[in-house]
Design a protein. Structure first.
Length: 450
């Protein structure tokens, strides 16, 4: 990756250590190898090119100030050491300017014609060779092939969709033509769509930035146009994301109203009936129960529980005992029947896996259909809100934080420091009976439709 130097504007060094002169004019980047790895010689050659460039922009000879401006970068003065040991630093007074002009011009003139230094180089180094044309859609293929080893299916599919959208927007551009304005245009197009949140847009930009980082390392690109194009820093973005809100008591009563609930649940699709009920009394994430296997519904010391193992992270692998409302409901008969029909199968066999998990169909019907019929329109109240409801109510009941975390599967609690080594190191496995007793403290009663 080219490394920008602080010694002179337009002077850079490639990954092999050779210096080159880089200039951007009218949106086009021009590169010229200086054919040397010697810093002092490269500084002198670049000084000459800078000076010649400054002269081409004026009809008259530049003043001392004009020349010195050409040797400034980001507000810092030009510092250089020439091969004979002469140093040019700290230009502050008019006398300094005059002496700097004499020293600088004398040594630049002593270099002689710039071509005399470049002529002995092999022809391919006289200017940066052009890369062979490669369409973006072709360039990403080896990258995606490598990512088969370290990206999951969903991530690969997300990347493929992002790359396809980028290629479609710009008519599959050549890799050499992709620049910062194009990256910004892609971001603006995503913002204009208006259906994706900041986190989703940033994820797409991240997919493109990751590819170009790979492309630089593999000689397919020279720069990453997507660096710095995310719409917000992560910390700011996280502050802007609204979490799911718990359901109110009135909303819970409306959701499980015997007069309307059968409209959401059908005998042919029992998952619509049972999954929201189980979520309400476990605090589990929808996908944790939607795809659970019958073998992961177990009994220990006479206590039935869900054994979650294919979960979000190591903290999420846990045991959730049946709440007394579950134990006293028709779910037990449904569970027995499923075990008779398919002992090693899935609790809800009609919920097929997708890149977003098993709960997709239930979430869509519950969020986009059933809640709307009840006029529950707040976008923060969704199927996932049963988890927020459970955690909020258990916190209000002053349930021991360690027991609550053991049930819901995470180590984040507001206003309580639960991340210390003492807390984590001395919290052993919880007894199943203690977990059940804690679970039974949850006291939100649903209408009798189960």
């Amino acid at each position: 990756m080219p490394q920008a130097l602080k010694i002179l504007p337009h002077l850079q060094r490639d990954r092999l250590g050779t210096y080159y002169f880089r200039l951007t004019v009218a949106g086009k980047t021009l590169r010229r190898s200086l054919g040397t790895k010697d810093r002092a010689l490269a500084t002198m050659l670049a000084s000459r090119l800078n000076w010649e460039w400054a002269l081409t922009k004026r009809s008259t000879e530049p003043t001392v100030s004009d020349i010195l401006k050409a040797f400034k970068r980001d507000g810092r003065e030009f510092n250089a050491e020439f091969p004979d040991g002469t140093k040019l630093t700290g230009i502050e007074t008019d006398d300094d300017l005059r002496r700097a002009k004499e020293l600088m011009l004398a040594r630049i003139e002593a270099i002689g014609p710039i071509e005399s230094h470049l002529a002995p180089l092999r022809p391919e180094y006289r200017q940066t060779p052009k890369r062979p044309k490669k369409p973006f859609s072709k360039a990403v293929l080896p990258y995606l092939a490598e990512k088969l080893h370290d990206n999951d299916v969903k991530t690969r599919e997300d990347k493929e969709a992002t790359y396809a959208a980028f290629a479609a927007q710009f008519d599959d551009p050549d890799m050499a033509a992709i620049d910062k304005p194009m990256a910004v245009a892609f971001k603006q197009a995503q913002l204009a769509i208006g259906t994706a949140g900041a986190d989703r847009i940033n994820k797409k930009i991240g997919h493109l930035a990751d590819f170009f980082a790979w492309a630089i390392g593999n000689g397919v690109a020279d720069a990453n146009p997507f660096d710095g194009t995310r719409i917000s820093k992560k910390s700011k973005l996280m502050e802007a994301i609204e979490s799911y809100e718990p359901f109110t008591a009135e909303e819970i009563a409306a959701i499980f109203n015997p007069a309307t609930w059968p409209g959401c649940a059908t005998a042919s699709k029992p998952h619509f009936h049972w999954l929201p009920f189980l979520l309400a009394y476990t605090g589990a994430r929808p996908n944790e129960l939607a795809g659970i296997m019958l073998d992961d519904i177990r009994r220990e010391q006479g206590i039935d529980y869900f054994a979650l193992k294919a979960a979000k992270n190591s903290n999420s692998q846990r045991k959730i005992p049946f709440h007394r409302a579950i134990r006293e409901s028709g779910f037990m008969a449904y569970l027995d029947q499923r075990r008779k029909d398919d002992a090693g199968g899935q609790l809800f066999p009609l919920l097929l896996p997708s890149k977003n998990g098993h709960a997709k169909n239930v979430s869509r019907r519950f969020n986009e259909s059933y809640l709307l019929t009840l006029r529950i329109n707040d976008p923060r109240r969704r199927l996932y809100s049963f988890r927020s409801t459970f955690i909020t109510r258990m916190s209000e009941l002053n349930v021991n934080p360690a027991m609550l975390m053991a049930l819901v599967g995470h180590y984040e609690q507001t206003a309580v420091d639960l991340s210390s080594p003492h807390f984590k190191n001395y919290q052993g496995a919880k007894r199943i009976a203690a977990l059940r007793d804690t679970m039974d403290l949850f006291d939100i009663a649903l209408p009798m439709v189960f």
